[in-house]
Design a protein around this ligand. Structure first.
Ligand SMILES: [Zn+2]
Ligand SMILES: [Zn+2]
Length: 367
């Protein structure tokens, strides 16, 4: 099967949209999905800084959504024509998966970042026959089609705008899940969110839906304006007395903090702004050793890393869609769509802060 996809050939080069070849259709337990739209996530772009760890050439993209066009075997639980949102992959049988924590799957790195589903994965090449890296996050959705495990395809109502739903599988799931699952924020709770990008703003919206008071910290005024539109209190990251300002806005200190920046100084500021026993969650990858100032964890404060919003995608994605339908999780306001052919422009806009969440829409589909 031949179709169009965006290929990344080296860490420095732009994406090239070209024909790729998939060796076979879906195996048992897999489905072939015609991609309607795929969000661009920070983790896609971080491949450029992976210093050889992420195999190339590859088709990236892991916030795909689309329509099932072929099922592999009778046990996928899905049918041709089903609309699905694709999420991260997990094995389904390690202790974390059995314990409803698939984001902490023992095979998370190998399934999502470094190799796909091993020996049974279909051969995937460019038009000249050069091997492409196996499925990125079980998907490789910057493409017209993707073969995925049915386990990470979540069926949704076909009346929904399917092209826009892909980011519910990673970026928006990560921010909203941190608030709703990891912190279990409730009415009257206080939260500070560091970094008002796609993950941070999803956290702001989820906290607002849950009735919490949220402070959003960022250095871009446009992003703070968005956070304010979703009822957060905006604070400039460059404010001289940031922890004090956060404490004043949260009745003496925030119960929860979510860092999406990976910035050591901001992480320390967040800890100082927490009330006793407060919890700071980190979602960004740290690129240097994290130094904590003396006293940062005093009085029962905790810090932990949160992956994929502690989500079971099949539970959280429908919940977020329900909130969206009720007007309480307006994630579509963060999205701008681009034809897949304009993927390099989307990346540039994303890196320069001109768009919160680009969604790539494949054009000229063919089989
Ligand atoms: Zn597992
Ligand atoms: Zn992601």
């Amino acid at each position: 099967m031949r179709f169009g996809a965006a290929v990344l050939r080296s860490y420095e080069s732009p994406f090239t949209v070209e024909e790729v070849v998939l060796g076979r259709g879906p195996a048992d337990g897999e489905v072939l999905v015609e991609i309607a739209g795929c969000g661009m996530c920070r983790t896609d772009l971080a491949v450029r800084r992976s210093a050889g760890r992420s195999p190339l050439p590859a088709v990236l993209g892991h916030e795909g959504a689309g329509v099932v066009v072929e099922t592999g075997g009778p046990n996928t639980g899905l049918s041709v024509g089903d609309h699905v949102v694709l999420s991260f992959d997990s094995c389904g049988h390690c202790p974390s998966c059995v314990g409803a924590a698939p984001a902490y799957c023992d095979s998370f790195a190998s399934l999502n970042l470094f190799g796909g589903r091993g020996e049974d994965t279909a051969r995937f090449t460019d038009a000249a026959g050069l091997e492409l890296a196996p499925r990125w996050f079980g998907q490789s959705s910057f493409a017209e089609y993707a073969v995925v495990s049915a386990r990470n395809a979540v069926r949704v109502d076909p009346a929904l705008p399917i092209a826009l739903l892909g980011p519910l599988g990673c970026g928006f799931l990560t921010g909203a899940g941190a608030v709703l699952n990891s912190f279990a924020v409730g009415p009257g709770d206080t939260l500070v969110v560091l970094g008002a990008g796609a993950v941070g703003l999803a956290a702001v919206m989820a906290a607002d839906a849950a009735g919490a008071v949220t402070v959003a910290v960022d250095r871009y005024p446009e992003r703070l304006a968005l956070a304010e539109r979703f009822h957060a209190i905006p604070l400039d990251a460059a404010s001289a007395d940031l922890p004090d300002r956060i404490r004043r806005s949260t009745d003496g200190g925030a119960r929860y903090a979510l860092d999406t920046t990976g910035s050591g100084p901001l992480i320390n500021d967040a800890l100082r702004a927490l009330r006793p026993t407060g919890h700071l969650g980190l979602v960004a990858r740290l690129h240097t050793t994290l130094g904590l100032e003396p006293g940062a964890l005093d009085r029962g404060r905790t810090i932990s890393h949160l992956c994929e919003g502690d989500a079971v995608p099949r539970l959280l994605i429908p919940r977020l869609i329900k909130l969206w339908r009720a007007g309480r999780f307006p994630f579509d306001q963060l999205i701008r769509t681009y034809p897949l052919a304009d993927i390099n422009e989307a990346e540039r806009d994303c890196q320069e802060g001109r768009v919160v969440k680009p969604v790539l829409v494949p054009k000229g589909r063919s089989r």
